[in-house]
Write a protein that binds this ligand. Structure first.
Ligand SMILES: [Zn+2]
Length: 286
């Protein structure tokens, strides 16, 4: 069931798991990221609380219409602001924020400048006025088992895939896997900080888990096929970029990759992805 309140949409996967998104592909809508709430008896575990405290507050208000139980934990799937910058809002209200050590380090290094830059963009400045740089309070290297108010969640580091500090969240009792940006559905993935070989290995590892509901970092939640589709995207993107760069420019490669996925949102990340793919040495098996 999808419930729409303002532009924040809720997709209830079950009584205990909801996916929230502002949709779209702009900074003002958090680039369409998904925030995932696991409703335990004694607390809510929230994964990826959007790009700004304003959007996080709107999400919090929507959670309050459902339950008086507080957000006790926030898990960040990686350091990119569209997933992580809203964490400070929930930390101020007592939530423990969990991130990989590499993600925490990059938040500390990168977020202050990004906040300052965005305050200078008139269309989105209001979203960042109350933003303050925040570094997670609970840093992990491999992962942890989280008791989310009666709900067991397996938080694990799948290796350096989308970013060096990726975390995924698996709820075995619910068959739900939150993949962060290891999987994007209907959106171009951002390869800026990626280890592409590590990403493929991580997706294979995800495939070995017996989940049946997959929540991507961007795009609609679906089934296990999302992992296969992401592997195909990486293979296809690598092939297209190699082929375009054999005779053409980076510009040609961007155009070819955009043309190959005409319905995908977030074309603004394609240039960084082309740069990353153009540095790869290994040709994937065809
Ligand atoms: Zn990302």
């Amino acid at each position: 069931m999808t419930v729409i309140a303002s532009s924040l949409a809720e997709n209830r996967l079950s009584e205990t798991v909801s996916v929230f998104t502002y949709g779209g592909e702009t900074l003002a809508t958090s680039y369409g990221t998904n925030a995932v709430a696991f409703f335990g008896d004694r607390g809510i575990v929230l994964v990826d609380p959007f790009v700004s405290p304003v959007l996080a507050a709107e999400l919090d208000a929507q959670l309050r219409t459902r339950t008086a139980v507080p957000v006790t934990h926030v898990v960040l799937t990686h350091h990119h602001t569209d997933h992580a910058l809203g964490a400070g809002y929930f930390a101020k209200r007592g939530a423990e924020v969990i991130a990989h050590a590499e993600a925490a380090a990059r938040m500390e290094a990168e977020h202050p400048n990004l906040i300052a830059e965005r305050r200078r963009i008139p269309e989105v400045a209001h979203l960042f006025e109350s933003a303050a740089p925040y570094v997670p309070s609970h840093v992990v290297s491999d992962g942890l088992l989280l008791d989310g108010g009666g709900l067991r969640l397996d938080v694990f580091h799948p290796g350096h895939a989308h970013t060096p500090g990726d975390l995924c969240v698996y709820a075995p009792a619910l068959g739900v896997l939150v993949a962060g940006d290891l999987v994007s559905i209907g959106y171009h993935p951002n390869l800026e900080d990626a280890d592409v070989a590590g990403w493929r290995a991580a997706l294979e590892r995800l495939r070995s888990l017996p989940f049946w509901m997959l929540v991507p970092g961007h795009g609609w939640a679906g089934g296990r096929e999302g992992v296969d589709d992401q592997l195909l995207y990486l293979d296809e993107a690598e092939r297209i970029v190699r082929s375009a760069l054999r005779t053409g420019t980076e510009e040609d490669a961007c155009a070819a990759l955009t043309r190959a996925f005409p319905d995908h949102l977030l074309a603004l990340v394609v240039r960084d992805s082309v740069k990353r793919l153009s540095t790869l040495k290994r040709v994937p098996p065809t």
